[in-house]
Design a protein around this ligand. Structure first.
Ligand SMILES: *Cc1c(COP(=O)(O)O)cnc(C)c1O
Length: 371
């Protein structure tokens, strides 16, 4: 097998297209170096608390946070938040849209022994269903963007009862898709996708109803492990702190990205940028004889995670391997999906020009593989 070398003029300037962690911009790394004196200092002292305060304010600004909503953060990433929600946000029973790996992981957490069996609307990869009002359900949950398949859902209350909460996993969507926060009670995410930070934190935009729910469950005799206590996270966040030691570099990278996004035009600007990149890829795949967007319904296609199926005459794993050897990395599909596919992140940090170069590079490799 001869090596395939993509000509330099076709290569993207930055070859990182992974869906998490995402590309980190060099400007963020410069900000990290400039913040060096804060690393290795106490998270209970003013400099770090001011950093956490800036992050919370930057998030409030970006998401145009409605009156009474609060920015809450804690350690452990979005995966930890599923268990936080099972312990301290679901009173009796939850309902879920499950259309991929991440949606189903929350179902697993919400299937805790102290809760009733969740109501689940499950659909095959590449599609999604809809939620209806279900009696006895007090949390309605779904991913804003299913990172394993590249399907996104609109952020809205799916016919929920007035006292039920809408809880949205926005890990890969947050900061890359515009929406109205008032349509959710909890919009949670982690910084390693559109915010181009490192993993390890969870962040939740919480409505007054969600905050009240957390305190009312904490007041019952339910056992809540201290690390999973949502009220401890709320109490600490109000003081610009976390329960235990956070990774300071993650906060610095996040702060840098937030300042860039807010100065550039906020969420509408960011959504325009991800739409430009993803539309280019979907148009390319639609026009290509050997490629097709995996998500059949254009209304369900994600603007931040683009999945492209290839004709059986193309070995997509080999294609991804050739790209990797040329410095274009992490275009492999979600491992458990098992498709002849590439998956490409079009997060805010990714340059639309680099996405255009990416399709030129793929065209070159496809021709070389065919000859
Ligand atoms: C990446 C991702 C997660 C997991 O995030 P961690 O911070 O690694 O726990 C959860 N949900 C979605 C939709 C994701 O894309």
């Amino acid at each position: 097998m001869a090596d395939i070398t993509i000509p330099a003029e076709l290569l993207p300037a930055d070859g990182r297209f992974g869906c998490g962690p995402s590309k980190v911009r060099s400007e963020q790394l410069a900000d990290l170096a400039a913040a060096a004196s804060i690393l290795g200092t106490s998270h209970r002292q003013a400099p770090v608390k001011q950093l956490v305060g800036r992050v919370r304010a930057g998030i409030s600004e970006l998401f145009r946070l409605p009156e009474g909503y609060e920015v809450v953060l804690g350690n452990g990433g979005s995966t930890a938040f599923w268990d936080v929600a099972a312990a301290g946000l679901i009173t009796r029973r939850s309902a879920h849209l499950d259309f991929g790996e991440f949606g189903s992981k929350f179902v697993a957490s919400a299937s805790a022994p102290w809760l009733e069996t969740p109501h689940v609307v499950q659909t095959p990869g590449g599609t999604r269903g809809s939620l209806e009002l279900v009696d006895g359900v007090d949390v309605y949950a779904y991913p804003h963007n299913e990172t394993s398949t590249g399907v996104s859902a609109p952020v809205r209350r799916f016919g929920t009862a007035p006292d039920a909460l809408t809880v949205v996993d926005a890990t890969s969507a947050a900061g890359g898709i515009d929406f109205d926060v008032a349509e959710t009670d909890v919009y949670y995410f982690a910084p390693q996708k559109n915010f181009a930070g490192d993993g390890g934190l969870w962040i939740a935009l919480m409505s007054p109803a969600a905050i009240e729910r957390a305190y009312s469950i904490a007041a019952t005799d339910r056992y809540i492990p201290p690390f999973l206590s949502l009220t401890a996270a709320i109490d600490n966040s109000r003081l610009d702190q976390t329960l235990n030691t956070p990774a300071l570099s993650t906060l610095v990278l996040l702060d840098s990205q937030l300042r860039w996004m807010n100065a550039s035009g906020g969420l509408a600007w960011a959504a325009g940028r991800t739409a430009e990149s993803s539309t280019h890829l979907y148009d390319w795949a639609t026009a290509h004889a050997l490629a097709t967007p995996y998500v059949a319904d254009p209304a369900h296609r994600s603007p931040v995670v683009v999945t492209i199926d290839f004709d059986e005459s193309v070995d997509a794993a080999r294609l991804a391997a050739v790209l990797r050897a040329n410095g274009i990395v992490d275009t492999e599909p979600y491992r458990k999906l098992g498709r002849n596919q590439l998956r490409i992140a079009t997060f805010v940090a990714v340059e639309p020009d680099d996405v255009r170069q990416l399709t030129r590079s793929i065209d070159y490799v496809l021709e070389a593989l065919a000859s």
